[in-house]
Design a protein around this ligand. Structure first.
Ligand code: SAM
Length: 187
């Protein structure tokens, strides 16, 4: 009974108070917001060999810095996906300030539900556990040849093509193969 009252109060708070709702989203996001330093962003895009014809998707895009740099410095198009509406508003404002709002767009969505088929490059800065849950979606939905770069976290049994150290950070690169590899967990 007590628990039911607490739930009703919490829901009521979320409805009448949007800032509280944003914090609720942040709390329930699987990965906290920690931005990638600029020099590491540049290296991620270099490791993926991003070029003008690419469409770069950042899954969990935060303030949009990866797709904004992809557009501004590499001439690519970009799509950022984030579950937190505050991050999306911030990313849109940053893209306007950087003058690349015509080349990038931001989608408020759970990355597991996002349509990522258009991507030719995917960047992620998530967690090992989240990468492992994301791996089947990446292998199923992305075109063969799509490059994936992860900041700091690997994908378990899926061995990267390249591992690059940037100061204290590690970057991993994979290319989506024609045939998905067979993993012990069958996923
Ligand atoms: C570590 S930050 C990385 C931000 C940005 N990619 C960067 O490298 O600067 C992770 C981001 O993922 C977002 N996030 C966490 N869980 C998510 C989910 N299920 N769907 C979409 N975004 C999510 C968080 O809101 C946060 O902005």
């Amino acid at each position: 009974m007590m628990l039911a009252r607490v739930r009703i109060l919490l829901l009521w708070g979320l409805i009448v108070c949007p800032p509280l709702a944003a914090q609720f989203d942040e709390f329930y996001a699987e990965v906290p917001y920690v931005p990638t330093p600029e020099e590491v962003v540049r290296k991620m895009l270099e490791v993926a060999e991003v070029k003008k014809t690419d469409v770069v998707y950042d899954l969990g895009c935060g303030d949009g810095r990866i797709v904004i740099m992809a557009a501004k410095e590499f001439g690519a198009r970009g799509v950022g996906v984030d579950i937190n509406p505050e991050r999306i508003r911030e990313a849109e404002a940053n893209a306007r300030s950087a003058g690349v709002d015509g080349r990038v767009r931001f989608v408020e969505s759970d990355l597991f539900k996002a349509d990522i088929r258009e991507a030719s490059v995917v960047t992620i800065y998530l967690l090992s556990t989240v990468n492992l849950r994301l791996r089947p979606k990446l292998l199923k939905e992305l075109k063969p040849g799509t490059r994936i770069v992860s900041h700091q976290f690997d994908m378990g049994e899926w061995a990267p093509l390249k591992k690059v150290e940037v100061g204290t950070r590690t970057l991993y690169l994979w290319t989506v193969p024609q045939q998905p590899p067979a993993f012990a967990d069958g996923k």
